[in-house]
Every structure is written in structure tokens, then in C-alpha cells.
Design a protein around this ligand. Structure first.
Ligand SMILES: NC(=O)c1ccc[n+]([C@@H]2O[C@H](COP(=O)([O-])OP(=O)(O)OC[C@H]3O[C@@H](n4cnc5c(N)ncnc54)[C@H](OP(=O)(O)O)[C@@H]3O)[C@@H](O)[C@H]2O)c1
Length: 291
């Protein structure tokens, strides 16, 4: 389905990666775009595009969320689609992460996303129209080693989003989950927090082994443009489909998750995170030197 011209999309976390590509894609299709970001003062590209505004928005700051929604309504009059994309990964063995790190992870990936929903749902209800797209992850449905807190945050996004279907269908509000696999963005760089704040050393050898493989996967992961296309499809195809996996690794692992018993699936993950697997089967999913 081709959308009507001048629909409006509101996206969080547009300074880089999937959010940025999504903003560009919707703009190129003729939509109004509120490409929100924490630091719009540093933006030089998106704010030069026609029908794009870059309101400041930090998902951990409720006032900034309300102001960004209001300035989008002031500029464009309405919002048709919200993409909750902002997020980062807290990584490491659970015992090496302190309470403050864990709260910040949930504040960003879960509570921030909920507050964006809270800010926009009255508008959606008043128009009896709207699509809410929450970016979870393939690891919102299965565990990866050293991702316990990030996994938990994305499992929370999955549970929260799926539950909203019951409440929102009566207001003609569509709900979607995007489940990216490894995607070559800043996610594996500046958006990955790995600081051992508790001083527990017991996991160091294991951690180094697993991180070495993950650090090879990151830059060889899928293209953020492909993830943006999946978000575009979710926003415009007019179906009630809930989940959209994006990336061949996400599709394969999610299929395995459905078919295999837990113990076998966990073994598959364990074997997948070895240099041997990365250099053999991994070549089906991950391309070295992806730009
Ligand atoms: N890349 C992957 O492999 C992958 C896989 C599965 C799911 N995802 C999910 O995809 C989403 C986008 O990540 P990405 O891969 O595009 O990584 P990215 O390039 O690092 O982008 C993350 C974006 O989130 C923003 N952000 C972080 N904390 C924020 C906050 N408190 N308020 C507002 N914005 C904030 C960042 O802004 P700043 O520039 O201000 O830091 C940045 O714009 C995330 O939810 C991530 O969990 C990514």
C-alpha cells in the first residue's frame, strides 16, 4: 500500500544507525519526519532535509518526550506512526554489573519507551488511528550469553508491546515489534556498555572469549538500511502482523527457537559463539567488511 503524502512519523534515537536510516527512508517516501535525538545541535544532515524536524528527546527525560511530541504536533498537526528505536546494550556477566547500570538500562530501553507511548497514545486515540512500532531485538525472544540485562530489557519490550494489542485494537491503533539481528551500527561500539563496576573477576576469561566473537560479528552484521525497510513495511503494509524479524541471523535463530527444545537451543547458541562457527556457518549470516 502506498501511504498518503504527508503522513507523519515520530522516531526516537535518530543520531545514528537504524533510527537515522528510518528517518531518511520515510523522508524519501514523502513523509513528515520528527527525527528526535539527544543532541540535535550536532546534527548537520537530517535537519537540512525537507519536512524533517529534529526535536531534542532523551527517553529518560519525560519533559523532553512531552515537548518533542508537542513540537511535532505544532509543526505537522498530527502523528501517524511512532517508532520507539532509542536503546543501547549493557553487556557483561550479571555479577559484574551494578544496580545503577541495570536501572539505567531499563530506564532507557523499557521505561523510556513506555513514556513515549504514554505521550502519544492520547493523540492516537483522539484520531482513532495510529501505529506504534517498538524496536526490540532477536534477543527479545531468546538469550545470548553476557546479555542478561539487555535480554531482560528486550523481553520486557516484547511482553509490554504484545499486551498493548488488547487495549489498543478498539481505538484502531496498530502495534508492531521489530526484531533485528546483528546490525552494523554503533550498537557494538559506543552504544555498548561493558564496564565491570563490581570488581568481580571470576568471569573474565569467559567474557573475553565471548566478546572476541561478538566483536567480530558486529561490523559484519546486517545493514541498517535493511532494518529501516522492515520498519517501513511494518508501518505501511496495512496488516495486523505483530512481529517483524530483520536480518538472516534473526530469522534463522528465531526459527530454531520455535523448533528446538530449550537445552538444544542453548547448545546451538553456545556453539554459534565460537570462532569455528563464525568462520563456517556464520558466513551464511555475517559478511566481513560490511560498510
Ligand atoms: N545493531 C544491532 O545489532 C541491534 C540488534 C537488535 C536490536 N537493536 C536495537 O536497535 C535500536 C537502535 O540501535 P542501533 O543498532 O541503531 O544503534 P546505534 O547506532 O547506537 O543507535 C542507538 C540510538 O539510540 C540513541 N539513544 C541511546 N540512549 C538514548 C536516550 N536515553 N534517549 C534518546 N536516545 C538514546 C542513541 O543516541 P546518542 O547518539 O545520543 O547516543 C542512538 O541514536 C536499539 O533499540 C537497539 O537495542 C540493535
Amino acid at each position: 500500500m502506498n501511504p498518503k503524502p504527508h503522513n507523519t512519523v515520530f522516531i526516537t534515537g535518530c543520531s545514528s544507525g537504524i533510527g537515522r536510516e528510518t528517518a531518511k527512508l520515510f523522508q524519501s517516501k514523502g513523509w513528515n519526519v520528527a527525527a528526535t535525538m539527544r543532541n540535535p545541535g550536532a546534527e548537520t544532515e537530517l535537519n537540512q532535509l525537507q519536512n524533517v524536524i529534529c526535536p531534542p528527546l532523551d527517553v529518560t527525560d519525560v519533559n523532553s518526550i512531552q515537548q518533542a511530541v508537542q513540537s511535532t504536533l505544532d509543526e505537522f498537526g498530527y502523528i501517524d506512526v511512532v517508532v520507539n528505536n532509542a536503546g543501547y546494550a549493557l553487556m557483561g556477566a550479571f555479577e559484574t554489573l551494578d544496580r545503577e547500570q541495570i536501572l539505567r538500562q531499563f530506564d532507557t530501553n523499557v521505561f523510556g519507551l513506555m513514556e513515549v507511548c504514554r505521550a502519544v497514545l492520547p493523540h492516537f486515540r483522539s484520531r482513532n488511528h495510529g501505529t506504534l512500532i517498538n524496536v526490540a531485538s532477536m534477543v527479545g525472544r531468546f538469550p545470548l550469553p553476557l546479555y542478561s540485562v539487555y535480554n531482560a530489557s528486550k523481553f520486557a519490550v516484547e511482553g509490554f508491546t504484545e499486551t498493548l494489542i488488547y487495549e489498543l485494537e478498539n481505538f484502531n491503533i496498530n502495534v508492531k515489534l521489530i526484531e533485528p539481528g546483528a546490525t552494523n551500527t554503533h550498537f557494538f561500539g559506543r552504544s555498548s556498555e561493558r564496564q565491570n563496576r563490581t570488581g568481580v573477576k571470576a568471569y573474565e576469561r569467559y567474557t573475553q572469549k565471548v566478546f572476541a566473537v561478538m566483536d567480530a560479528i558486529g561490523p559484519a552484521g546486517g545493514d541498517s538500511k535493511a532494518a529501516a525497510k522492515t520498519i517501513w513495511r511494518a508501518a505501511t503494509e496495512g496488516s495486523t502482523q505483530l512481529r517483524y524479524a530483520t536480518g538472516s541471523d534473526a530469522k534463522a535463530f528465531l526459527l530454531a527457537r520455535r523448533l528446538l527444545p530449550d537445552r538444544l537451543f542453548n547448545r546451538t547458541i553456545k556453539v554459534s559463539l565460537t570462532p569455528w562457527a563464525l568462520n563456517t556457518v556464520g558466513r551464511l549470516f555475517y559478511r566481513p567488511n560490511t560498510p
